[in-house]
Design a protein around this ligand. Sequence first.
Ligand SMILES: [Zn+2]
Length: 462
Amino acid sequence: MANQFDKVIKGMLVLENEVVYGEIGIKDGKIKEIHKGEAGLTGETYLDFSNQYVFPGMIDVHVHCFSNTQEGFTTTSRAAAVGGITTFMDMPYDVPNPISNVEIFKEKAKKIENKAVVDIGLWATVSKYNGTDQIIPLAEAGAMAFKMSTFETDEHRFPRIPDPEIIKTMEILKETGLRAAFHSENDEIIYQMIEEYQKEGKVYPAAHMETRPPVTETSAVLKLLEFSYWTGGKLHIVHVSHPRTVELIQLFKKFGVDVSLETCYPYLLLDVSALDEFGPKAKNNPPLRKPEEVNGLWEQLHAGNIDLISSDHAPWPKEVKETGNDNIFKASSGMPGVEIMVPLMFNSTVAKGILTPVQFAKLMAIHPSEVFQIPSKGKIEMDYDADFTIIDPNETFIIDETKLQSNAKLSPFHGQKGKGKVVQTIVRGKTVYDGNEITVEPGFGKFVAGSAMREEALVVHK
Ligand SMILES: [Zn+2]
């Protein structure tokens, strides 16, 4: 008898509302049957993950491949595969030019097709001035969403977008159904505080946190929430570091604003003491917060008020980070994460009984796909892409910064042990990481286009 499927996977399947022991039949890279119990599906290949979780392929919506380090798609997508990430969204702040016009966007999308080992979607952005005419062409070319900043990191590459341009962008984006996302920090307060601190010689690691007090995040977010309220544009706040920000967002949801938010794994797993301990290695923007604020963020996570968790993977190499050893303000911000976020978060939640596997899947796969309307990804459902992250809850992992795929061989999590190893990463039915090594060549990964102008994208969630 001929096999029914190309491949059959057996294990503890993490579906949208329950975990069931069962089988999945895959054909042409798609999920074609989901069966509870031992169904006896037949396939050319049969993968038995009996004591392991078969999660929907996890999605990291916040990755920087090309910010200065020129790390690129091959290295980053290999890191993603090892980390159980089947799709990631790459940020638009590339060196030398940000992804703010359609030619550059198309060039970048083409690069994915021969460089990547997992699937990748792309963020676009707008120029500081006079760039909004590119929004519709970028959306049509397949941008997943638009990222902007209220904080100026780099005048050309990563600028602070003036308020009138933000409003205009939100208005235009409504036609596409795509979301405007923001790095939300108050530029003026922070730059003035840094100047004062430096004058006084206060350049110790925790000064990074002290010069970016919570009000610099919350006040920037509050402004954006009002913009979203008055324009009706969809809003997303990236890397939320403080529970007060979550409260403000919840309030505006009650006003009917379509707003989502993410936090990043370091804000949950570290506090400001890591800055004292590791210096520049633990520097990110917004900064790590006080322990009681971290607890508040966990409370918001438990309450279901945080939509998703991302890595904000920013792989600065050691040499760049070390320039801040004597003065924290000189170091670049960010840390690698796409390779270590899933096991670290699994260990701190599911392995400790703090979240159910279904809740974990929502944060890492289901909500990312819903918030950014990523077609065919993020769920174990009929006709979806056969993307899976297989986690063995009983196997131990150890974070070793020297073995990271990334050229950034550094992490404040170095040496940490935990339960929940990624034992296999499967993209469109194909194993891209088998628990030991990458099993596909660059070129397997595909560009994932966004859902601009699609009917489902034009729905506003109130
Ligand atoms: Zn970022």
